[in-house]
Structures are given as C-alpha cells and as structure tokens.
Design a protein around this ligand. Structure first.
Ligand code: SAH
Length: 480
C-alpha cells in the first residue's frame, strides 16, 4: 500500500503538460515539501525563522472539491476537465491524482448522460448550449455530496429524470443544485441557485464543529490539513476565554467558531452573502452564542470599528490570495489587538502585509507553513504577530492626567470627559480624540502627548460629531 502510494505520488500524471493544475508533477512529495520550505524561508527571511512545513500524510486525492469545465471537441465529442494552461481549450480528464475519486466518477457519469438527455454543452465563442461547468463537493467527514450543474439557462429539460439517472449511479449524492450563469464571463458560478434535489447544501465536520456549506460559499479544499492549520492558528492565538476576537474574512465561520469556545466574544466579517448566511446558521447548529457575523468588506468594517474607538484582543485574518488592504491593516493597528493570527494562502501578499504590520507596532513571533495543496506550488501559512509596544490606551489612561498640562483648577479627567460624552451623546471617544480637541481649543495637553510615535504612523483624526460632543463636555466642565 505504502509502496503504491509513494510510487504514484511521484509518477507523472498523463495530463501534466497540458493541465496547468499541478506545477510539481513528477516530483517526489518529500522534494516538493523541501522546495516549498526553501521558498518560504527565502521569502520570509526578514521576519525571522520559518517552522518546518507540516506535510500531508497522504498527498493523493486530498481535494474535496472537483471542478470540471464542459465542452466539445471539433469532432463533436463531449469533453470535461480543465482548461489547458493559459488557454480556453479544454483538456479532457479521466483521472486526477489530487482530486476526490468519488467526485471525479460523478463527473464522468454526467459526461456519459448528456447525450441521451440531449443536453448540449455550452460554447464560449457562440454562447450557444447549456452545460458550462460541474462542481462536486464532498464532505469527507460526513460523506455528503453536493453536485452543482452550472447552466447558461435556468431551465434543464427533463431535470427530474436527469437527477434520477444520476442518483441511480451515485446514491451517495445528497443534493443537486442548478446554478445559473448566463453571462459571458470567466467566473464559474452565477448568482442564482435552484435546488433540484435535496437541501441545496452539504455539511462537513472540522475540529469538532459541524458546518453547512452552500454552493457559493468558500470552504477549504483540503479538510485534513485544514484541521492542522486551524489547530496551529488556535495555538498561536493564546486564547484564555476572556478575549474579544475578530475573525476577518471568515467565510462560513469556521475559524471563529473553533475559537468561540476559548474566547469571550467573537465577531466574524465576510463579504459573501451566502457564506454569511451559512455562518449564522452554523453558529446555531453548533449552539455557539458568543459569535456574531457581519456581511461587509473587511476593510470597511474594521475602519468603522476603529472609528468607534473599539478595542479587540485577538484578530484572526484569512484573506484571499491577493491579501488584505491598507484600510484593513491600518484599522487593525488602531484596534490594538495583543495578537494577530494571519492565515495566508498567498505568500507574496503575506510578505507585503507583514511588512506593513511590522512597521506599525507588531512583531512576527512564529511562522508555520502548512501544505494544503500537494503537487502544486501553493503554500498556506499561519503567522503569529504580537503587539510590540505597551498598549497605548492603557498607558495613556493611567498617566494621562499627570501628563496633561491643563491647569489643575480647570481639569476634568479624561475619564470624566469620556463618561460625559457617552452619557449625553451616546458616543465612545478615545483619549486621542479628547487630546486633539483640547489642542484645537487651545488647552495645553503636553508637547508629546498622544502624538504619533513613529514617522509613518497614521493618526486617526477626531470626526466632527465626536469633536462637537467633546467640546460640549469641555464646556460643561468649564474648561472652555
Ligand atoms: N476563513 C475562512 C475563509 C477564508 S477564504 C475559511 O478558512 O474557510 C477568504 C474569504 O474572504 C472568502 O470567504 C471570501 O468570500 C472573503 N472575502 C474576500 N474579499 C473580502 C473582503 N474584501 N471583505 C471580507 N471578506 C472577503
């Protein structure tokens, strides 16, 4: 068995040259890991030591999601597989060493059924035809299987008989969904889902939590390694049960829900509406009450939190391959978490974002690559960053009234001003904002007090609404 595995693991797949999927075909798995390690060491060397990559026990058939594009050859034969690298020519694929085998055989069955059901494949050039893609996703822990037929129209003739014929061959199929993609686009999925059979989603189990996954929601493709990835993220987070935590780019809420049992409160933010709906249902499914999800751009959401003067203890961030943006990163810095756990599937953007964070008060403590994508060049990494400087607000609040040069008889404490503003205006204001307004009003607050500590620090400016509220407090305390 072992011998068979290692033999096929290094064997060159017959599609290797055409299918652009696996860049490391023909390379022994151990050599692949070595190569990835070397690349990560090099890329991240400025941030310290990179831990040895966590490799897979079995690098074959690890993908729980199989996607096939459908089309015809010039001779009219139906083909399904991947696009030839860099082109829109379809490579007909019968077997793949990294994809789930059950899912692959479902795709073959569909290919065989098309003719008798007179279902035409879609032609990208003419826009004629119906079936564009098939996506199969299997919950490795639950065995549930979802088939998504991506069609150029919402109407699939004889759909009931088609589903029946498919299920006869594959009784393991739990649900079949018709996804409508009628646009001239390279995106696989359209916006509309029509359930043809079953519930329209599957469930899987990760780290002891049960997750519902809809066709349009992101779900990690390698669940075995995902558990090891999340475990590393949890270890790095150092949660004790008291923390306020953010799970940014949360998808269906997986990281946040695993963290929720070890934290006081978790806030999840995600852009994809379907994923947020799944996340909310997943919280109920797992009876997790201390987690809340918001549908928003993570950057915008964090800016709003920082504006409101909120504070958090730990930020998990798991952005897409193109990484995070400056709105997000600068707000994380303002939220002053003690720890940031950055989960990345894009090493280059990770390095870019780490550069920002390490020049804005955070230090890299640990970096752990995890191999989630054997035979490809892709690497997933978990990085722990911790806050370098003592927490500004805590320090300032302690020393504030001593540092502040406002003359004694005029002095209301920062806390008194904060309390007044909260009570009268329902607004939370930071010490920084109070000092800015005091300065504006000509009240002396000490030369360096609350000025940025480094050249490139971006200091948030007190918004007008808060400025007016703080002025009212200063008036109330007869300071102006
Ligand atoms: N943490 C999740 C998902 C990670 S994938 C998991 O482990 O399963 C990245 C997620 O970020 C996707 O769900 C994607 O929809 C979401 N996303 C992409 N851009 C975003 C943005 N600007 N704001 C918030 N979420 C975003």
């Amino acid at each position: 068995m072992e011998e068979r595995k290692s033999k096929s693991a290094s064997a060159v797949c017959s599609y290797a040259k055409k299918c652009g999927g696996c860049q490391y075909q023909g390379m022994e798995y151990a050599a692949q890991l070595k190569k990835k390690q070397k690349e990560m060491n090099k890329l991240l060397k400025d941030f310290g030591h990179t831990e040895p990559i966590i490799g897979m026990k079995d690098p074959l058939h690890y993908r729980n999601k199989v996607h096939a594009v459908f089309g015809r050859t010039r001779k009219g034969e139906i083909v399904s597989g991947t696009y030839e690298a860099g082109t829109h020519k379809i490579v007909n694929i019968d077997e793949c060493i990294i994809e789930d085998q059950i899912s692959q055989s479902i795709i073959h069955t569909i290919r065989g059924l098309l003719k008798s059901f007179k279902i035409k494949t879609y032609d990208e050039d003419t826009g004629y035809g119906l079936l564009r893609h098939v996506l199969v996703r299997r919950g490795f822990a639950t065995g549930q299987v979802m088939v998504v037929l991506v069609l150029a129209s919402p109407i699939l003739p004889s759909k009931n008989n088609f589903v029946k014929a498919l299920r006869k061959e594959h009784p393991e199929i739990s649900t079949v969904v018709l996804n409508v993609n009628d646009k001239k686009t390279s995106m696989v999925l359209g916006e509309r889902d029509i359930v043809l059979y079953g519930k329209g989603y599957i469930e899987d189990i990760l780290c002891g939590c049960r997750f519902r996954i809809s066709p349009q929601s992101f779900y990690q493709v390698n669940p075995v390694q995902t558990e090891r990835l999340y475990q590393t993220a949890m270890d790095y987070s150092g949660l004790t049960g008291k923390e306020r935590v953010i799970d940014a780019y949360c998808g269906i809420g997986t990281i946040g829900m695993v963290a929720a049992g070890r934290a006081k409160e978790v806030i999840g933010v995600e852009l994809n509406r379907n994923a947020v709906r799944d996340a909310r249902i997943n919280a109920k499914l797992n009876q997790i009450k201390n987690i809340h999800f918001y549908e928003d751009d993570a950057g915008k959401f964090m800016v709003a939190m920082a504006e409101a003067g909120e504070k958090v203890d730990v930020v998990f961030m798991d952005p897409p391959r193109n990484g995070s943006d400056e709105a997000f990163l600068s707000s994380v810095v303002r939220l002053q978490p003690q720890r940031i756990v950055y989960v990345s599937c894009g090493p280059d953007t990770l390095a870019r974002d780490l550069k920002y964070l390490t020049t804005h008060g955070y230090a890299v403590k640990k970096m752990q690559p995890v191999d989630m994508f054997g035979f490809t060049q892709h690497v997933e990494t978990v990085v722990l960053l911790s806050q370098q400087k003592p927490d500004d607000t805590i320090e300032i609040d302690l020393d504030l009234d001593e540092l502040d040069a406002t003359s004694a008889e005029l002095k209301a404490t920062y806390q008194e001003i904060k309390d007044y503003v909260l009570k009268e205006f329902g607004l939370k204001v930071s010490s920084l904002y109070i000092s800015q307004v005091k300065r504006k009003c000509g009240i002396e607050v000490g030369e360096n007090y609350n000025l940025p500590k480094s050249e490139n620090a971006r200091v948030p400016q007190c918004p007008k609404e808060k400025e007016d509220a703080i002025k009212a407090a200063l008036k109330y305390y007869a300071m102006i």
